[in-house]
Write a protein that binds this ligand. Structure first.
Ligand code: NDP
Length: 257
């Protein structure tokens, strides 16, 4: 336990189950003393989240539903958070989606619909939630999203999601400039591969994991807890001078040629 985020109200988007990166983040934020508000899309994810919270003796401040594909749903979710919680100090965006059949083969074969869907859920959603969250972040704070190396380099099969993550990282920079004047910082964590529900959709995912153990400077896998601690740092005052940045939590893999 530490008091890095004591009395801070933080919204976490994207816990689907105990393997979710957002669940690792939840544990780190709880250990840092934060009050936690959650959003889910699917009812099934909400039920899993409630069970996990009970098992881990974490008392949520609020759980609201939010489909990031739908502007009205986003507006309603943040309105409810504003009414029931008031000021928030942080937001974790850990949400992405692409059709499984776009995550293999050649990127050139990406369909228009598949491209727009990946951009919509995985990239535009950060813009839309930042717009609503900033209204509640009246004391400043931090927003952290989750990205992947496929934004910077060609990672086989990551295809349309790599391009969506590139847009997401550019959005982090543009949003950081917009909201910096309100004392709000926007950053991304670029995690190495972690076995989650979403990762299952990417062809050849096991190869991406094994190469980390072979080639990354630290020669060990990444887990949700490492990403959680880095996210907690970026949300906290310890990172008060950091915005518009991408912090790699990947055992150093991105520096290797
Ligand atoms: P999960 O499948 O556990 O989490 C993905 C989350 O996205 C789910 O909670 C899902 O909600 C949510 N989501 C999808 N569509 C929508 C929508 N329309 N509205 C609201 N929420 C939605 O996978 P991860 O934890 O792996 O993914 C979290 C983030 O981390 C993603 O951005 C991913 O790209 C990124 N990342 C993952 C890496 C990995 O190796 N796993 C590596 C680097 C980054 P629901 O269940 O309710 O549908």
């Amino acid at each position: 336990m530490n008091s890095l985020l004591k009395n801070k109200n933080i919204v976490v988007m994207g816990v689907a189950n105990n393997r979710s990166i957002a669940w690792g983040i939840t544990k780190s934020l709880h250990n840092a003393g934060a009050n936690l508000i959650f959003t889910n899309r699917q009812e099934r994810s909400k039920q899993k989240l409630e069970k996990l919270l009970a098992q881990n003796e974490i008392d949520p401040t609020l759980i609201v539903s939010c489909d990031v594909a739908d502007d009205e749903s986003i507006v309603n979710a943040f309105q409810e958070i504003g009414e029931k919680v008031g000021t928030i100090h942080g937001l974790v965006h850990s949400v992405a989606f692409a059709n499984r059949d776009e995550l293999n083969g050649e990127y050139a074969d990406t369909s228009r619909d598949g491209y727009l869907l990946a951009q919509n859920i995985s990239s535009y959603s950060l813009v839309a939630v930042t717009r609503e969250a900033k209204k509640l972040m009246t004391e400043g704070g931090g927003i952290v999203t989750q990205t992947y190396l496929g934004a910077e380099r060609v990672v086989p099969n990551y295809n349309v999601m790599g391009v969506a993550k590139a847009a997401l990282e550019a959005s982090v920079r543009y949003l950081a400039e917009d909201v910096g004047k309100y004392g709000i910082r926007v950053n991304a964590v670029s995690a190495g591969p972690i076995r989650t529900l979403s990762a299952k959709g990417v062809s050849g995912f096991n190869d991406k994991m094994s190469v980390i153990e072979e080639k990354a400077p630290l020669r060990r896998q990444i887990d949700q807890d490492q990403v959680g601690d880095a996210t907690a740092f970026l949300l906290s005052d310890m990172a008060r001078g950091v915005t518009g940045d991408v912090l790699h939590v990947d055992s150093g893999f991105h520096i290797i040629a």
